[in-house]
Design a protein around this ligand. Structure first.
Ligand code: DGL
Length: 275
């Protein structure tokens, strides 16, 4: 049973690393009064090449940790963990837990005119075919073509966002999708919006890029409204967010500062295996 929410509690957000910050950024934009507790599992990244059992175990540990931080809702800001773990963990905890797949699928269905959608993501997300199922649950006449792009995550974590190496990798990964006549491409990994410009240049101006973060933040807002748990205070929460990682705290906070609208003094390193 879902427990009575405390409006002043925080929103827990997690990902394998930096990628979920693209979702945190959108939540900060749409819900500026809400406090965020972010966890990036930088010691155990990447998630995309690991099994469903492992990612579900990692997700439970992270949710157990976030539950110690007085959170009223959790956003799994990771497509791989949403694909593998959302269904089970959302039944196991007494606070609402949402993922990024359904919001992304909904946005893509609304965007495609020629009913031909591409999805890029980790090996885990693409092989789970979770986007195909979510899109077909809305409109089963849409053709969905997936492509795993496993090198994108380490390139983003390395900060090689505008790099010739990354462009070459993108051209090679996206070559097949370019032959499929898609008009909409889901950035089905939360690291990929950081490569949006480059992916857009490779795919060309006729392909709409979908970042599920926007619709995920809208879903979160609707959920908080429906449960009367939106935070009601006069000032924004900029100074109140907290950031935790399982490794490399300094490089995480440097990068986070380059993409978030607020300043992070430091990220705290915790031992996630204890949870
Ligand atoms: N950013 C994550 C996702 O959305 C995971 C990337 C990874 O660790 O492989 O799938």
């Amino acid at each position: 049973m879902i427990k009575e929410p405390n409006r002043d509690s925080a929103i827990g957000i997690f990902d394998s690393g930096l990628g979920g910050l693209t979702v945190a950024r959108e939540i900060m934009r749409q819900l500026p009064k809400e406090k965020i507790v972010y966890f990036g599992d930088t010691a155990r990244l990447p998630y995309g090449s690991k099994s469903k059992e492992t990612i579900t175990r990692y997700s439970r540990q992270i949710i157990n940790f976030l539950m110690t931080q007085d959170v009223k809702a959790i956003v799994i800001a990771c497509n791989t963990a949403s694909s593998y773990a959302l269904e089970s963990v959302s039944r196991e905890y007494d606070i609402p837990i949402i993922g990024v797949i359904e919001p992304g699928a909904r946005t893509a269905v609304a965007s495609t005119r020629c009913k031909n959608v591409g999805v890029i993501g980790t090996e885990g997300t693409i092989s789970s075919k979770v986007y195909n199922r979510s899109i077909h649950a809305i409109d089963d006449s849409i053709i969905v073509s997936g492509k795993a792009c496993p090198l994108f995550v380490p390139l983003v974590e390395e900060g090689w966002i505008y790099d010739d190496v990354t462009r070459t990798v993108a051209e090679r990964y996206l070559y097949d999708l370019k032959q499929e006549n898609i008009d909409t491409l889901i950035l089905g990994c939360t690291h990929y919006p950081l490569l949006r410009k480059l992916v857009g240049e490779v795919m060309g101006p006729d392909v709409v890029l979908v970042n599920p973060a926007y619709e995920t933040a809208r879903d979160l807002k609707a959920l908080l409204e429906a449960t009367d748990s939106l935070r009601k205070c006069s000032s924004n929460a900029e100074e109140e967010h907290s950031f935790f990682v399982s490794d490399k705290a300094r490089s995480f906070s440097n990068f986070a500062n380059s993409i978030l609208p607020c300043n992070i003094d430091s990220a705290h390193k915790i031992d996630i295996e204890k949870y």
